[in-house]
Ligand binder design. Structure first.
Ligand code: THU
Length: 140
């Protein structure tokens, strides 16, 4: 298995951002989700004329991965913003944090929020979703 570093994962998210479908907001987000076995799933946001069905970049990557049979994850890199405007850090929305909670260990899953491959912040899921509710909470 080839070991991938944080900068490489961010570069993949930056490239994935090009595949965003954002005719309504023009706000493009890319993600790169690293599975425990080294597989990487890319995602981008996909919008809808009726707005609500819009799918964020993070969920696109998770749903692709889960559909392909992957359920163990290490980290996700996220890059978002408008073209031609200096990029700010783009944090995952609450719905995406909840999807992460479904599949990831809040104490170990890393969320990398990047402006570019040299300028990023790293969190564990628990920091971005404190006191989260997940599958363990409904175990009998
Ligand atoms: N969006 C993402 O894809 N991920 C985030 O972390 C925040 C927001 C998308 C949804 C919508 O297409 C656009 O960004 C503006 O909200």
């Amino acid at each position: 298995m080839i070991k991938i570093n944080t900068s490489q994962l961010i570069k993949i998210a930056i490239k994935a951002r090009d595949n965003a479908y954002t005719p309504y907001s023009n706000f493009k987000v890319g993600s790169a989700l690293l599975c425990s076995d080294g597989t990487i799933f890319e995602g981008a946001n996909i919008e809808s004329a009726s707005y609500t069905p819009t799918n964020c970049a993070e969920r696109t990557a998770f749903f692709k991965a889960v559909y392909e049979g992957h359920k163990k994850f290490e980290s996700i890199a996220i890059v978002g913003g408008y073209d031609n405007i200096e990029r700010d850090f783009c944090y995952p929305c609450g719905v995406c944090r909840q999807v992460m909670m479904e599949f990831c260990d809040p104490k170990t899953f890393k969320i990398i929020i990047a402006k570019d491959e040299n300028n990023y912040k790293e969190y564990i899921l628990e920091e971005l979703l404190p006191y989260g509710f997940g599958p363990k909470d409904i175990e009998i």
